[in-house]
Ligand binder design. Sequence first.
Ligand code: LLP
Length: 433
Amino acid sequence: MFIAKNLAVNEKNHLTVGGIDTVELAEKYGTPLYVMDENLIRENCRLYKSSIDKNYDGNGLALYASKAFSSLSIYKIVNEEGLGIDVVSGGELYTALKADFPAQKIYFHGNNKTKDELKMALDNGVGRIVVDNLTELSVLNELALSENKTVDILFRIKPGIDAHTHSFVMTGQIDSKFGVALETGEAFDIIKTASEMQGINVVGIHCHIGSQIFDLKPFEQAADVMMTFMAKIKSELKIELSELNLGGGFGISYTESDTPIEYDKYMEAVSKIVKASALKYDLKLPKIIMEPGRSIVASAGTTLYTIGSVKEIPNIRKYVAVDGGMADNPRYILYQSEYDFQIANKAGDAKTETVTIAGRCCESGDLLGENVKLQNAGAGDILAVLATGAYNYSMASHYNRLPNPAVIMIKDGKERVVIKRESYEDLIKNDLF
Ligand code: LLP
């Protein structure tokens, strides 16, 4: 009945997450409230690990792309599950280090890392820097030399693949701000330059073609193009790269119409291509790295809101307004993303209405969904938005000076607060007259 298997309806007709009554959670902790299911997150991590073991003899590593949801708790969970992580800022790196995440298993991404961030990464022994451009490469080399170090890096490559997803999250094509292009020779040239630098050790190449992808083809093409490039590097530069990082981007079900690929199918297909290519070009099998973000945490998250006003505009639409919106979930306003909505205290009822969910911010575009199916809604009802575990909390803002909601983690039928709700005090803590 629901898009995620950890959701159910209890005897009170209330929606449950991991066995916990969401209406009671809303009463106890207030709304808006992010609720995450730790068991499901762990299960997702294990699926990645086992697919690498099964299809590629364990010669790989899944990195959790922590931009999807970054907090002390998630880094601890992911570390316990044996994954590495991808960070993209000093802030994510700082949080991970504070959670005692092993620095060697951290990959540092970003198209415009600052010198301070690069130094922070070097000083803390971050495992890999994924270098985006020539300027960054020079800064990194100088930093490394000044500290008498050699830094292990990968290069972010634009493989020239069209991933057929929303243009805002499409990154593999030549017109992208991320990385260096294959087809112009830019990627080859930068690796040649790096190979002559004393402070740099080129370990591998990376690509990430986009996000929320449902098709295997672009992933297969990317693997093929990247392996062919590795062969060129070997034959022309005599460098044999040992890591192939193919990024993330695996789609998940936001609504019933979404049809994600099973992780295993992805790893099976990509492993075949990499093995065949290695044979063809006489390359050693590279370690395959993948970087799932959304598919680790999205379906494990549910956001709870309290419905305030319900406004019927005759012959036009019915607005159901909630106590959150674009400040805690900007994905509708950014990508027109679709969600499954449920009235948590009437979860077993049929969805008889078509409504527009309005947020509380002073923007007409502040909606969470338009013309969506919902149970009959009234003031005081609790609205649950499903699959909000990725890119919601991490993209939240303070627009209209709204405090960020709390995050609750559920594990084995018990809940705990992993991020406290911000107070008004928190909002002004850095303000000065
Ligand atoms: N690796 C790199 C280098 C990335 O840039 C990303 C996402 C990932 C991995 C993880 O991709 P995932 O498995 O989560 O699709 N805010 C957008 C998504 C932006 C994705 C940015 N990069 C959204 O809410 O849909």
